[in-house]
Ligand binder design. Structure first.
Ligand code: 5GP
Length: 211
């Protein structure tokens, strides 16, 4: 039986280390496809168009929305972010586990459209460390850091909508935990209904045949 891909949503406070975690996951395991989002925010130093994001104008973003080309989109700290539909559908069709690294509003929309999606929330070991990591990045102004900390307070209220939390203290341990959760999800009852029903039918046929 061919394994179906799982849509894995990874959210977490800005500065929780999601980006590094995703890169490490892709480096260590080959069954994942990482979706590249579209955004209207400006690239940070070192970011490349098509790698971290597709950086587009507000007009181009709105056009994509009009064409129904995004699985979901949201406004986060004054910028638009959205998940291009085509890549997600193609990769899932190929049996890949597709990772969407998105914020909470988008995550909830995905859960509505794809109830079988797996929702994970990455947290730092403490709130203090979150602020230190945001400041240590050196790419954000104090105002942006403040805005992102306030946003973390809001997002912390919505964690109950997620399936699992991941505490990103040690990168390697956190990567293994993430992979274990996705692996276990492949064996959940609700993701294997077809297999289970076939098994039931075959059992029935065999039992009847034996009479
Ligand atoms: P950053 O500007 O730090 O790269 O991302 C800001 C936030 O936007 C993060 O929480 C990130 O997960 C989220 N984000 C990135 N891409 C998407 C997307 O396609 N859709 C949604 N809803 N959020 C996204």
């Amino acid at each position: 039986m061919r394994r179906k891909g799982i849509l894995v949503v990874v959210s977490g406070f800005s500065g929780a280390g999601k980006g590094t975690l995703m890169k490490n996951l892709i480096k260590n395991y080959d069954n994942y496809a990482l979706s590249v989002s579209m955004t209207t925010r400006s690239p940070r130093e070192g970011e490349e168009n098509g790698k971290e994001y597709f950086f587009v104008s507000k007009e181009a973003f709105e056009e994509k929305v009009k064409q129904d080309g995004l699985v979901e989109y949201a406004c986060y700290c004054d910028n638009y972010y959205g998940t291009p539909r085509e890549y997600v559908e193609t990769q899932l069709g190929m049996g890949k586990d597709v990772i969407l690294e998105i914020e909470i509003q988008g995550a909830l929309k995905v859960k509505e459209k794809f109830p079988a999606a797996l929702l994970l929330f990455v947290m730092p070991p403490s709130a203090k460390q979150l602020k230190q990591r945001l400041a240590g990045r050196g790419t954000e102004t104090p105002e942006v850091i403040e805005k992102r900390m306030r946003r973390a307070v809001e997002e912390a209220r919505g964690i109950e909508s997620y399936d699992y939390i991941l505490i990103n203290d040690d990168l390697e341990i956190c990567t293994k935990e993430l992979h274990s959760i996705v692996s276990a999800a492949h064996n959940s009852i609700d993701r294997n209904e077809e297999f289970i029903n076939n098994m039931r039918q075959e059992l029935n046929v065999l039992v009847k045949g034996e009479k």
